[in-house]
Ligand binder design. Structure first.
Ligand code: SAH
Length: 213
């Protein structure tokens, strides 16, 4: 698995595209410019790795579109050292973006095949999450809570209560809400009981599934 000048060049073009769509956080753009996205995809898709598109990965899932990854990450407002929980590890690309920005990352995936593959792959290219867990993201990771940020990378029909309760005061939950189409939604925890809700544009994600099969 290599990262060539050609890949690096394509990646810089991708950064420009994502920036032109409105992403301003320079640390997010730098992360996209650094991470070899082609290594996160099955070989047949190598040529497509630097288009701003979602693509199929194992277990009928997708690697999110770079713009979507950037959009969600920007909403999290990450500083180095922040403790972040990700729901839906998938290919690990979003995980790598968070790690590249200096976050301490905890991530949950419910598809065993993907969990196994990504758990091996991420450290093989130098990305070390604090914890990768095989399980149900609806429950969050109570043993590691509270989190500064929580990012859900699958479309959720509703807000899992456990995730809100695992945010620290001032913490941010970024979650695409809706069935067929999702509205990007940000919750900020203002106090033990109060949450501020902000709604953004529409996106399409694979569903956040409740029961493991
Ligand atoms: N962040 C990923 C996006 C993968 S798509 C990436 O950058 O590649 C969404 C992922 O969420 C899929 O891998 C899917 O299996 C996972 N998922 C769906 N429901 C889940 C749940 N309840 N708990 C944890 N992961 C879930």
């Amino acid at each position: 698995m290599t990262d060539t000048f050609k890949h690096k060049g394509l990646r810089q073009q991708l950064v420009k595209i994502v920036e032109s769509k409105g992403i301003k956080d320079q640390n997010v753009l730098d992360a996209i410019g650094k991470i070899p996205r082609h290594l996160f995809m099955d070989s047949g898709f190598l040529d497509h790795a630097y288009q701003d598109k979602a693509f199929p990965i194992a277990a009928n899932q997708t690697i999110s579109q770079p713009y979507t990854v950037a959009y969600q990450t920007e909403l999290l407002q990450i500083s180095p050292g922040d403790k972040i929980l990700e729901i839906g590890t998938g290919s690990g690309y979003q995980t790598a973006v968070l790690l590249e920005m200096g976050a301490k990352v905890y991530s949950i995936e419910r598809q065993q095949e993907l969990f196994k593959k990504t758990s091996k792959f991420l450290p093989s290219i130098g990305y070390r999450a604090k914890k990768l867990v095989f399980g149900d993201g609806y429950k969050g990771m109570p043993e590691e809570a509270p989190f500064k940020g929580i990012i859900v990378t699958a479309g959720a029909p509703g807000v899992p209560k456990a995730l809100l309760s695992q945010l620290e005061i001032g913490g941010r939950l970024v979650i695409p809400l809706g069935k067929k189409v999702q509205t990007m939604t940000l919750f900020i925890r203002k106090s033990e009981k109060d949450f501020e809700k902000h709604e953004f544009g529409e996106f399409r994600f694979v569903p956040l599934l409740e029961d493991k099969n």
